[in-house]
Write a protein that binds this ligand. Structure first.
Ligand code: DAH
Length: 364
C-alpha cells in the first residue's frame, strides 16, 4: 500500500494553489473594474479565468481528486471531510463566479460605449464644392454662342510660331509679336499667347463655312500685378461664310451682350488695329451697373471693354486654305477672367488663380 497522504492537506494544497493563481482576479470582485484599461484586456482576462476554472474545479483538478478520496477516509471522519471538500469547491466557484460577473459587466459596458451613437450631436455638413467663377463665366458664354449655332473648340495650348503668329499675318520681325511675348521651349514650341491660333486649326479641320468659339488659356511674359497674370483666359470667335460682313459681327456681339448682361446693353465699336483683321475694332458695351451714366465699375466712362474684333484678313483665310474670293468672315477675342473681374468687382485679378477657398466660396 502506498503511503496515504492526509486528505485534508490535499484540500488545503488545492485551495492554496487556487488562491495563488486567482490573486490577480480577486480585485475585480470589488466591482469597479477600474484596473482594466481596455476592452481587449478584459476579454483576455475572461478567457484566462475560464482556463483557471477548468484547472481548479474541472474533472482533473485537485478538488476533483479530493472528492474521490471521500469514500476512502475513515467512516467517522467521512462526513466532515466531505463537507470540507464541498465547502472548498463552493468557495472557489463563488470567487470565480464573482470575478466573471465583474469582467462581463465591464465588457458589456465598454462595448455599449464603443458602439453607441449620440443622436443628439449636431451632424457634420458635407462640404460641397462648386465650379470656379471662371468656369461659370465660360459656360455662360458657351451657352449663348451654342444657341447661336457656334461649335465649341478646345484646342492645344502649346503651339508653333506658325499658328501663333505667321498664319495670323504676324510675320517674323512684325512689331505685333513684341507685346505678345510668351514662353518658349527649346524645340521651337511656345505656349500660345492668344486663342486666335484656333481660327487656323478650325478652318484647316472644318474648312469653310465655319462658326466656332474657342475658350481657353493663353500665356504671356508678364509680371503679375492686379490687372495682369502670365496666364489668363480668352474666348475666340470665328464666323466664316459667303457674304459675311461687318454688320454680322456687330449684330452677333450686340446679341451676345444682350444675353449676358441684359437687353438694355448697348455696344460701341472703335477703330483699332490687329494684324489678323481688316478692318479691326475694339468692342465696348454699356456698363451693366450704371447703364452708361458712369460709376466705379466702368471708371466713370459708362463703357466697359469687351475685346477685339474685325473682319478676318484675307491672308489669314489663305493661310488656312480658305479662298478669300469666295468666303469672308469676322472674328473676335474676349477676356474671360477680365469680364469675371468686372462683374464681381475684383480689384485684383490674381485672386482668381490663388485658389483660396475663402475667396472662391463666395461665387456659389
Ligand atoms: N488675339 C487678340 C489678343 O489677344 C484678341 C483678338 C482681337 C482676337 C481681334 C480676334 C480679333 O479674333 O479679331 O489681343
Amino acid at each position: 500500500m502506498p503511503e496515504q497522504k492526509d486528505p485534508r492537506q490535499e484540500v488545503d494544497a488545492a485551495r492554496t494553489a487556487f488562491e495563488r493563481e486567482f490573486a490577480r482576479f480577486a480585485s475585480l470582485t470589488s466591482g469597479t473594474g477600474a484596473e482594466l484599461s481596455s476592452l481587449t484586456e478584459a476579454e483576455a482576462e475572461l478567457r484566462a479565468l475560464a482556463d483557471l476554472r477548468v484547472r481548479h474545479t474541472g474533472k482533473k483538478s485537485a478538488i476533483a481528486g479530493a472528492k474521490k478520496l471521500i469514500g476512502r477516509v475513515a467512516p467517522e471522519d467521512r462526513a466532515s471531510f466531505g463537507q470540507l471538500v464541498q465547502k472548498t469547491e463552493m468557495q472557489l466557484t463563488e470567487s470565480m463566479d464573482a470575478a466573471e460577473l465583474a469582467l462581463k459587466t465591464f465588457i458589456e459596458t465598454a462595448r455599449i460605449a464603443r458602439e453607441s451613437i449620440d443622436v443628439t450631436i449636431p451632424g457634420r455638413r458635407p462640404r460641397s464644392g462648386h465650379l470656379h467663377p471662371i468656369t461659370l463665366m465660360r459656360q455662360r458664354i458657351e451657352d449663348i454662342f451654342v444657341s447661336l449655332g457656334y461649335a465649341v473648340e478646345d484646342d492645344r495650348e502649346i503651339e508653333t510660331d506658325f499658328y501663333n503668329f505667321d498664319a495670323l499675318n504676324i510675320p517674323e520681325g512684325h512689331p505685333a509679336r513684341d507685346p505678345q511675348d510668351t514662353f518658349y521651349t527649346t524645340q521651337g514650341f511656345a505656349l500660345r499667347s492668344q486663342t486666335s491660333t484656333v481660327q487656323i486649326h478650325a478652318m484647316q479641320r472644318r474648312g469653310a463655312p465655319v462658326r466656332m468659339i474657342a475658350p481657353g488659356r493663353v500665356f504671356r511674359r508678364d509680371t503679375p500685378d492686379p490687372t495682369h497674370n502670365p496666364m489668363f483666359y480668352q474666348v475666340e470667335g470665328l464666323c466664316v461664310d459667303r457674304g459675311i460682313t461687318m454688320a454680322h459681327l456687330k449684330g452677333t456681339l450686340a446679341e451676345f451682350v444682350h444675353r449676358l448682361f441684359g437687353p438694355e446693353t448697348r455696344t460701341r465699336f472703335r477703330p483699332s488695329y490687329f494684324p489678323f483683321t481688316e478692318p479691326s475694332a475694339e468692342v465696348d458695351y454699356s456698363c451693366f451697373n450704371c447703364g452708361g451714366d458712369g460709376c466705379r465699375i466702368c471708371k466713370s466712362s459708362g463703357w466697359i471693354e469687351l475685346g477685339g474684333s474685325g473682319m478676318v484678313h484675307p491672308n489669314v483665310l489663305r493661310a488656312a486654305n480658305v479662298d478669300p474670293e469666295v468666303f469672308t468672315g469676322f472674328a473676335f477675342g474676349l477676356g474671360i477672367d477680365r469680364t469675371c473681374a468686372r462683374i464681381y468687382e475684383l480689384d485684383d485679378i490674381r485672386l482668381l488663380f490663388e485658389n483660396d477657398v475663402r475667396f472662391l466660396e463666395q461665387f456659389k
